[in-house]
Design a protein. Structure first.
Length: 93
């Protein structure tokens, strides 16, 4: 199950990108449009895509954490085995 806030943020960024691309198409087809408008729209699309990538990365991390079981402290701190050969002790990791 996806976090509702994360899902809303993903949807919002997708809508921003879609709307900005439509506006960009209109601006590009109109030769009298100032270049500043195109730059502003390009920046909006760029920022929305970065935010979308970050949301998808968070979603991927959440899904990975759900699938991958976490090791407990006792499983991580297994003492090394000791071999007794002649009178010397050797540690094997």
């Amino acid at each position: 199950m996806i976090d509702p806030c994360l899902q809303a943020e993903i949807d919002r960024n997708l809508r921003i990108i879609e709307a900005s691309e439509k506006i960009l198409q209109q601006v590009t087809n109109n030769p009298s449009t100032k270049p500043e408008y195109r730059i502003s729209i390009d920046m909006t699309i760029f920022v929305a895509r970065i935010r979308l990538i970050n949301c998808l990365r968070r979603l991927q991390n959440e899904k990975t954490n759900q699938i991958t079981p976490r090791k407990t402290r006792s499983e991580c701190a297994i003492p090394p085995a000791k071999l007794f050969i002649s009178s010397k002790t050797f540690c094997v990791n």
